[in-house]
Design a protein around this ligand. Structure first.
Ligand code: NAD
Length: 384
């Protein structure tokens, strides 16, 4: 592509200050505009991501220093935050300076939390480089790290001053990471509604989406960001419950991730969770069979699993050859074990809480009948 890359802005209207998610292809240079005249900038990234994109950022941010952290969920820890904070202090980063989080959700959550607590809060710019981060984790101000006792148990709401989502970076993503992001994309399409604009785009352009065509990707990320921005603006700190609708498909997904010891990626688990949510909504008379079918056919069309893997995780992970089929510890788990994990889901207040579609849109539903749960488990291939 030649000429000036097109940039579209999606406004996130939240306190303390509204900000824009800039979306386009080849737009990393926009980070300089978002950072503005802040004196020092700490770019936090991981070796592999930094190798690809830090040179461009350091070119447009002459006063920036690069701070690398480890790759993987195991590095999303308080220890990493402490380490970053000490290195920020050694580099002289002050309250009026800025942190730039360059990477996927692990970098975004960790660097975002470091920014939330360093000097009691410095500005952060999120520069997401995975599909999951561009459509989800970089927007909305949730930051945090894991404890050995559980994921995301320590964190803070810390809205960024801006998000720069350059879809050109998605060309470098390993296939399984890209597909994982599509799980969240499917969630947004179903959240917006079967037959809605995003669902139609995915139906008509699935080849271009799977081929990572930049123009279609920019449209896709913009539409997802618009939905997330709208939901977040309505309930910025998850107090009224409307932000919880973003957890469509996630109750089962979190249980599957725990049961499978994270052999399923988050997006793969969400895909199975969407099928389950559609089946449960149908079994409780909330939606018709055709709508429930879309909860299965959409993830399937995006190459995502629609059943709980019976054998190795890769068997159900879309037939990929890029890491999905390593190991032999697939998710061999019955409905009782999954129900026990779902009861413990941190968003549940006692019993079971699901986010399900219905006549009034997607909403929270508590304690569906056991028979309906059994039918939903059967729909994703889980034994009683
Ligand atoms: N804050 C939120 O609201 C929110 C929402 C959803 C998920 N999350 C969190 O996000 C995390 C998962 O994020 P993720 O899926 O982006 O995983 P990730 O950050 O681990 O990234 C996946 C892998 O891709 C690499 N990578 C990143 N960008 C790349 C690129 N352009 N090219 C090649 N490789 C690249 C990373 O180094 C990493 O190895 C989880 O910790 C989850 O809890 C947070």
């Amino acid at each position: 592509m030649t000429g000036v890359p097109a940039v579209v802005a999606v406004r996130v209207d939240v306190p303390p200050a509204p900000y824009d998610v800039l979306v386009g292809s080849g737009i990393l240079g926009e980070v300089a505009t978002t950072v503005g005249d802040r004196r020092r900038v700490a770019v936090v990234s991981q070796a592999r991501v930094a190798e690809l994109y830090a040179p461009r950022l350091l070119e447009v941010l002459p006063s920036a220093d690069l701070f690398l952290m480890g790759d993987g969920e195991d590095h999303k820890t308080i220890a990493t935050v402490g380490d970053l904070a000490r290195r920020f202090a050694a580099a002289g980063l002050l309250r009026d300076d800025a942190v730039v989080a360059l990477g996927g959700g692990v970098v975004g959550d960790t660097a975002g939390f470091a920014a939330a607590v360093y000097h009691r809060g410095v500005d952060v710019v999120q520069v997401p480089t995975t599909l999951l981060a561009q459509v989800d984790s970089a927007i909305g101000g949730k930051t945090g790290v894991n404890l050995p006792e559980g994921k995301n148990l320590v964190g803070a709401f810390h809205q960024p001053i801006g998000v720069v989502a350059d879809v050109a970076t998605l060309a470098d993503l390993p296939a399984r990471e890209y597909r994982s992001g599509l799980g969240e994309v499917a969630k947004y399409a179903l959240l917006e509604g079967v037959g809605g604009e995003l669902d139609t785009l995915l139906r008509e352009e699935s080849t271009a989406v799977l081929g990572r065509e930049p123009t279609v990707l920019a449209d896709l990320v913009r539409r997802c960001a618009t939905i997330k921005a709208r939901v977040v603006a309505g309930d910025p700190e998850e107090r009224t419950g409307s932000r919880a609708t973003l957890n469509l498909g996630h109750t089962l997904a979190h249980a599957l991730e725990t049961a499978g010891r994270h052999r399923l990626t988050h997006g793969e688990a969400v895909a199975v969770g969407l099928v389950f949510a559609g089946a449960l909504a149908e079994a409780t008379g909330r939606i018709d069979a055709a709508t429930a079918d879309r909860y299965r056919s959409l993830p399937a069309a995006l190459g995502l699993p629609v059943r709980v893997p019976a054998g190795p995780a890769g068997d159900a992970a879309g037939g990929g050859t890029d890491g999905a089929s390593e190991g032999d510890d697939g998710v061999e788990v019955g409905s009782d074990a999954l129900l026990a994990l779902m009861r413990r889901d941190k968003k549940a207040a006692g019993g079971f809480t699901f986010v399900l579609p219905g006549p009034g849109g997607v909403e929270r539903v508590d304690d569906p009948p056991a028979g309906a749960l059994a039918r939903a488990f059967a729909a994703v291939g889980v034994r009683g």
